[in-house]
Design a protein around this ligand. Structure first.
Ligand SMILES: Cc1ncc(COP(=O)(O)O)c(C=O)c1O
Length: 363
């Protein structure tokens, strides 16, 4: 069967191999390719899941409007519950926003290079991606962005902090964008918010043209559950809710998210640990000759003479990192997820051995 005309032309989002799952019993494996959290979940969270498996309504469809979850997210974001909706991961927020607001041939701006999965959602409905390239991809530059966004752009996607470059715009800068382009819808992706503390959720009460996406997959360490949420005006949610399929957000995912928000200390401790670990990792990699691009999130980039062979050498030692060669300007970069001290020590040991044995060359 022929797929529709948009799917025919679509290039898939290049996922890195998930071979790590086949080796998931290996205690020495380092999975540093998908920016997940290497964090032990609290006993209270595990207990709530076990309790539901033993005594919960496993035969019912999940709650499509879980008031307890909405209340916890609303408190966490300090906005009314009417401004919150939860989804099957933040990817699903991005997908539903695109499907709700974009028609074929609509222009969708992205600050490039960025999280490429979003492109797939746009192109699958016939939207046209307009990449806005900053002069320096590693610097946030509000004046250039203000100049380059055109009034034809219907939806503007900005990841803050950006994956993978780490650029971060502050709330005043995003407020300026929202005021300058009132007819453009801004989708601000805050998947890595917990690592920076910088957020624009408070602006949803003031601007109708703002939707913020968030994830439980990163700092909260709940990637396997697939849960995320949107923060925006009740009117925008009314439109999105026409498409959203509330049955898709698994009951166990909802329970895990509630439990994580009730007891978020494990997350804040993890963020503090990653921050220290990231600085140590950057310093040590610079010392052995790599050009390091630090970010305020749980990943860094390193530039290397041969990104592919670095990736394959690391794989031989059970270390998975992410190539960035699908993104313009990042062809010779590798992205490394930063975890706790123990995993950073193990990673640095492998890296310095590879360099001193001559198996890889930094530059
Ligand atoms: C910028 C960005 N947005 C969204 C996502 C997806 O988040 P989720 O796992 O909640 O779907 C990711 C995952 O890597 C990401 O990097």
């Amino acid at each position: 069967m022929e797929p529709n005309k948009f799917t025919q032309k679509l290039t898939a989002y290049p996922l890195s191999s998930h071979q790590a799952w086949e080796e998931s019993q290996n205690p020495d494996l380092l999975k540093l390719d998908w920016n997940e959290a290497d964090v032990e979940l609290p006993e209270s969270l595990k207990h709530s899941l076990v309790e539901f498996i033993k005594n919960g309504r496993l035969n019912w469809y999940p709650d499509v409007a879980n008031q307890t979850l909405l209340k916890h997210i609303a408190e966490y974001c300090d906005v009314p519950t009417t401004h919150i909706q939860y989804f099957t991961g933040e990817d699903s927020v991005l997908d539903f926003v695109v499907r709700t607001f974009i028609s074929p041939d609509d222009e969708v701006g992205v600050v490039a290079p960025t999280y490429d999965n979003f492109r797939v959602f746009v192109e699958s409905v016939g939207g046209k991606i307009t990449p806005l390239h900053p002069d320096d991809i590693f610097k946030s530059d509000i004046s250039t962005l203000l100049n380059r966004i055109s009034r034809h752009i219907k939806l503007m996607y900005l990841v803050n902090p950006n994956n993978p470059t780490g650029t971060l715009y502050n709330i005043e800068e995003i407020d300026r964008l929202l005021c300058t382009f009132p007819d453009t819808l801004f989708l601000i992706d805050e998947a890595y918010f917990e690592f920076t503390g910088v957020t624009v959720v408070s602006l949803v009460k003031k601007h109708l043209n703002l939707i913020v996406g968030r994830s439980f997959s990163k700092a909260f360490g709940l990637a396997s559950f697939r849960i995320g949420y949107a923060v925006t005006s009740p009117l925008n949610l009314e439109h999105i809710n026409k498409l959203r399929n509330g049955k898709n957000i698994a009951a166990l995912a909802q329970i895990a998210a509630i439990s994580a928000l009730r007891d978020p200390q494990y997350m804040t401790e993890y963020v503090a640990e990653v921050t220290k670990s990231r600085d140590r990792m950057s310093k040590a990699l610079s010392e052995i000759g790599f050009l390091v691009q630090e970010t305020p999130a749980n990943f860094i980039l390193i530039k290397t003479a041969d990104a592919k062979s670095l990736q394959s050498e690391l794989k031989k030692h059970g270390v998975y990192v992410r190539l960035m060669d699908h993104l313009q300007g990042l062809e010779s970069y590798v992205r490394i997820t930063v975890g706790p001290r123990k995993s950073t020590d193990q990673f640095l040991k492998v890296m310095s051995n590879l360099v001193s044995n001559g198996d890889i060359r930094p530059t």
